[in-house]
Design a protein around this ligand. Structure first.
Ligand SMILES: C[S@@+](CC[C@H](N)C(=O)[O-])C[C@H]1O[C@@H](n2cnc3c(N)ncnc32)[C@H](O)[C@@H]1O
Length: 223
């Protein structure tokens, strides 16, 4: 059986891609930068908006994770004085025009409709990592939020504190080893901290992908 085709825009090393592959999709990733560690089935180095304008209509489903540096509370301080392009609205516009079902993923401070919020604790992961999803032309069930089990592990004032979660962001100083980050995120194919820090846990998109696959099986989306 041929796998439904999914386009992962702004794919980086493919945290999102991996979950969709597990849910049975053939995934093409698009990123403006080379991604030698990308885990998907095909990769295109291109501007995501331009690629989507030309080709998104050929896919069954599209996922987009535009960069969030201007909205992310954890990097706002570090990014002071720099400007970042706001890509959520143009991504929404181009995918709406393509007529495909899609989700846009981002952080709490971003300007997107928050149809669903996912948290690592919902999937038994050792990251909290709240991420928000704007969902178009299909539905994805919202899992119940679970209380966090404790504090984030890491160095504070020169002392290491244990905790059930790791803070997977930045360059990792005092926030755990690469192996701890990989384990916490459920990502084993890259050991590059920046790629781990940019990723969403594959468990999130596995959840979305299973819901999309069920709806696709009932009624294929593409003409
Ligand atoms: C937050 S990361 C995406 C992480 C990915 N969803 C994951 O789970 O691993 C954002 C990515 O967008 C890419 N990017 C930034 N501007 C872009 C553009 N105009 N077109 C395509 N990719 C772009 C960056 O190179 C970066 O890899």
């Amino acid at each position: 059986m041929t796998r439904p085709r999914l386009l992962d825009l702004f794919c980086c090393a493919g945290g999102a891609t991996c979950g969709y592959q597990r849910a049975g999709f053939h995934v093409t990733g698009v990123d403006i930068a080379p991604q030698p560690n990308y885990c998907g089935d095909a990769f295109v180095q291109a501007d995501a908006i331009e690629y989507a304008a030309a080709y998104a209509h050929r896919f069954d489903f599209v996922h987009a994770s535009p960069p969030c540096q201007d909205a992310c509370a954890l990097t706002k301080g570090t990014n002071k004085g720099r400007t970042y392009p706001r890509l959520i609205a143009p991504t929404r516009d181009v995918l709406t025009a393509a007529g495909v079902p899609f989700v846009i993923e981002n952080v709490a401070g971003a300007e997107l409709r928050k149809d669903m919020r996912l948290c690592g604790e919902m999937f038994g992961l050792a990251v909290i990592r709240h991420r928000f999803f704007e969902v178009h032309r299909l539905t994805v069930p919202q899992p119940a939020h679970r209380p966090h089990r404790g504090r984030v592990a890491g160095m504070r004032h020169g002392e290491w504190f244990e905790g059930p979660y790791f803070a997977v962001y930045g360059d990792g100083g005092g926030k755990g080893t690469v192996a701890q980050w990989q384990q916490a995120m459920g990502i084993g194919w890259t050991d590059v901290r920046r790629e781990l820090a940019e990723a969403i846990p594959p468990a999130y998109t596995h959840h979305i992908g299973r819901a999309v696959a069920e709806q696709y099986a009932a009624r294929p989306f593409a003409a």
